[in-house]
Ligand binder design. Structure first.
Ligand SMILES: *[C@@H]1O[C@H](CO)[C@@H](O)[C@H](O)[C@H]1NC(C)=O
Ligand SMILES: *[C@@H]1O[C@H](CO)[C@@H](O)[C@H](O)[C@H]1NC(C)=O
Ligand SMILES: *[C@@H]1O[C@H](CO)[C@@H](O)[C@H](O)[C@H]1NC(C)=O
Length: 314
């Protein structure tokens, strides 16, 4: 009798233990589930184990077509990139397929969906789209008016940084400008980059703030309320957010004092920053007689830039 009672109690005890363990497991599972929910569904949470080099920045080129599709000129520029990087996949998105993509991958981020789909200014959406795509899948974003030079994309990252690079950026304004600014016509990123998450959050809150300041909905925001697009979704916003994410002193790195130009790529955490000659050789003026690294892309400033309604011209 006593033995039976003992057994009964020990069974109760193990049942209780089981319940506690299951509850803890559930809690852990639930917590990790909540964490997954706040990022897009296809992204696995970055772990602390190093990602093999080949998987860090996927070999994929992203393009977004304007409402008129692809001009012959753009096609020729894009072909230089595709021909020189035969091992890269590429994907063209249209307005429609971009909308489908965002809806699918950010269904768990109501803030992103609400902002993206309420926005009526195409140029802002085009800016945001590149950050979203790169956050989901990674790869290289390229504007339609960018052509590639000789060096294949795989060789853009110096060998010593290949294992540690999760993002590739180049200065648009570097030498001879009073402020540095990253180019956003070419951006390389690994999926789920936390720096890109900072950019996205920063852009969203900036747009919400503008709507609030103008006492209107996001849908009612017009170009004349936006001020300068580059400060809202474009390169200035992007530069600020990335540097904030890296905890780099914005003024220190952005305001260019009278220092020697930087001739070599530099890495901050996992962000590789290429000198101005890499993505914007034509607009950075290096001292006469100096040799510097190869230019990697040429941006042709072909007017995919804003018109008065903030639409794309191309
Ligand atoms: C990069 O990682 C690979 C594989 O882990 C290793 O063999 C290689 O030596 C590393 N390269 C550098 C430059 O650290
Ligand atoms: C904001 O807009 C609403 C309706 O559009 C209006 O009723 C309200 O008075 C406005 N508030 C301010 C502070 O302008
Ligand atoms: C987005 O659009 C919906 C539907 O028109 C509206 O109810 C909502 O307030 C808008 N959100 C913002 C933040 O403008």
């Amino acid at each position: 009798m006593l033995r039976a009672a003992k057994r009964f109690f020990s069974l109760r005890l193990s049942l209780a233990t089981l319940v506690i363990i299951s509850f803890s497991l559930y809690t852990i599972w639930h917590l990790s589930e909540t964490r997954t929910l706040s990022s897009p569904e296809t992204i696995s949470i970055p772990t602390s184990t190093p990602i093999p080099e080949a998987q860090k920045i996927p070999k994929k080129l992203w393009y977004k077509l304007g409402p008129k599709g692809l001009s012959d000129q753009s096609r020729a520029w894009i072909d230089t990139c595709l021909e020189r990087n035969p091992d890269y996949q590429h994907e063209f998105l249209t307005d429609e397929s971009a909308d489908v993509y965002v809806r699918k991958h950010f269904s768990s981020r109501a803030d992103i969906i609400e902002t993206y789909f309420n926005l009526t200014i195409p140029i802002l959406k085009a800016d945001i789209l590149r950050y979203l795509l790169l956050f989901v899948e990674g790869g290289f974003w390229s504007d339609l008016d960018v052509s590639c030079e000789e060096v294949p994309i795989g060789d853009w990252i110096p060998v010593e940084y290949r294992n540690s690079t999760g993002m590739v950026l180049g200065w648009e304004f570097d030498v001879g400008w009073f402020r540095r600014q990253f180019a956003t016509w070419t951006i390389g990123a690994s999926p789920g980059s936390r720096h890109m998450a900072v950019v996205i959050d920063d852009v969203l809150s900036t747009i919400l703030r503008l709507a609030h300041e103008h006492n209107c909905t996001i849908a009612d925001l017009h170009m004349d309320m936006i001020g300068d697009v580059i400060d809202v979704t474009g390169p200035v916003r992007f530069t600020r957010s990335i540097l904030a994410s890296l905890k780099l002193d914005y003024q220190g790195i952005i305001d260019i004092p009278t220092v020697e130009p930087v001739y070599v790529p530099r890495i901050f955490e996992d962000v590789l920053i290429l000198p101005g000659y890499a993505f914007a050789e034509g607009i950075n003026k290096y001292p006469e007689g100096h040799t510097y690294g190869p230019k990697l892309v040429t941006h042709h400033y072909a007017g995919t830039w804003k018109n008065e309604q903030g639409g794309e011209v191309d």
